[in-house]
Design a protein around this ligand. Sequence first.
Ligand code: PEP
Ligand code: MG
Length: 551
Amino acid sequence: MGAKTAKKLEGVAASEGVAVGPAFFYDPARLEPERSGISGDEVEAEIERFEKAVEAVAGQLSKIAKKLEEEGAGEEAEIFEAHIELARDLELSESVEERIRDLQSPEAAVLAAGEEFAGMFAAMEDEYMAARADDVRDVTGQIAAELMGRKAGGLETLERPAVILARNLAPSETARLPKGIVLGLVTAEGSRTSHVAIMARSMGIPAVVGVGGALEGVRDASIVAVDGTEGYAMADPDEETTADFEIKERQMAAEREALEEFRHTEARTLDGQRIEVSANLGSHHEAGDALSWGAEGVGLFRTEFLFMEREELPSEDEQYEAYAAVARAFGEKPVIIRTLDVGGDKDLPGIDQPEEENPFLGWRGIRMCLDTPELFKPQLRAILRAATEGNLKVMFPMVADVEEIRAAKAVLKECRKELEDEGTEFGEVEIGVMIETPAAAVCAPELAKAVSFFSVGTNDLVQYTLAADRGNERLRRLQRPDHPAVMELIRCACEAAEEAGIWVGVCGEAAADEALIPRFVELGITELSMSPPSIPKAKKVISEISGTPAT
Ligand code: PEP
Ligand code: MG
């Protein structure tokens, strides 16, 4: 038998690290309903069976969520909590019941309704919302499997270490992966924000996603090498490639080991300049994990996730609980709560959003909040109330001019007055603004007089400066925070901040970019906020910076 030829699969670097191992092509047979129809006198009993199946699945999911929560994996636990809500979704169950009344079997009804709902999500332009189509299929598949008395999934039976190749992996499948056995993941679908990517990152499994149709061409691969740092995989690598991967693997393990000493140190450059390394959070459940990675604060709490994965808007009290929980966890360390940055491209349940021609240039962030006080005020009130519990700051997104800051500050003042009149306890918060539109960078001298800090949102600043949609794969060449135009805008913002005596941080993805950290420090940036696992490495990079930063 001749040696197989090596094939390269290019994709998105979803989770750092390298691995080489036997390939396991995961190809679950499509779940087909056992019966398509029922008779009229079975309708009520089948609806009841469907309802029981929903509760059984919700029960299984809540056990997984509880286990993950106990293990400190809050972000993953939230995914399963969202799945429980999906399983119990009223619209979904109404659609299934209608189909059962039309004499479809419950398993056929739930699979068909799942497809219809998944199709609606998949058609959404926003990458995050489109990725929710997989969640719907995952949950409805589990309900159908329950109705037919079968087990969903099957990966839990994997017994030997392997690199898993799959079209996609549902969150429930990823969470059921046996620990220590999965060496790496390669999926045809997915992006950096799909759940498989989020979970692989937090599980520390090297992963490449979005390799597309090329995956089909390596179905019979025996060995696969994955480079989740560079974003490619090699099917049936030759000896030389395997040896290279083994070297990379050893280097990375040694690097991880060496980074341990930086985890809980204060980051300082060689000449003693203190740079705060903070965490970006999407949920209050992530606070403990972020602290264990050595977070010195929260540079960005993206509050929109609190609003998005649910049916109704969270109440002021619910928001208060979430913000207060992070404030308490971080104690004296600063926690920056960013006000709702949703709109245009992201539908918010409970809010009537218009269809827009150019959603990224539309009614989003601060623009939407200022027009919707019924949304904005409860959030600001909750932040002010939670400020008694720790060191909270508030930050406004998508700001284009100082008028917006003045208007937002006026609403904040109104909220303070209301709380005072009611006799409700609240604390003071510093106010900051994100520099993520070119307009904000250009108007930075004026903005700097109105706020206490800037935080550069490189993800949006890049897309707006270079007129290159941040989700468009074809524009990778332009999606570069080190583009001279972007760096010049950051420089302008830093100069204006220095003049006004306020500090500047970076909370976009570029904050963890090893090559850019020294340049940011040189520009006078004193805080970098990133996904928690990147913190130790960033602290190390900072500790190696020499030269006196601009003052
Ligand atoms: C950014 O734009 O860089 C940012 C941090 O905000 P988000 O990624 O949430 O838009
Ligand atoms: Mg942004």
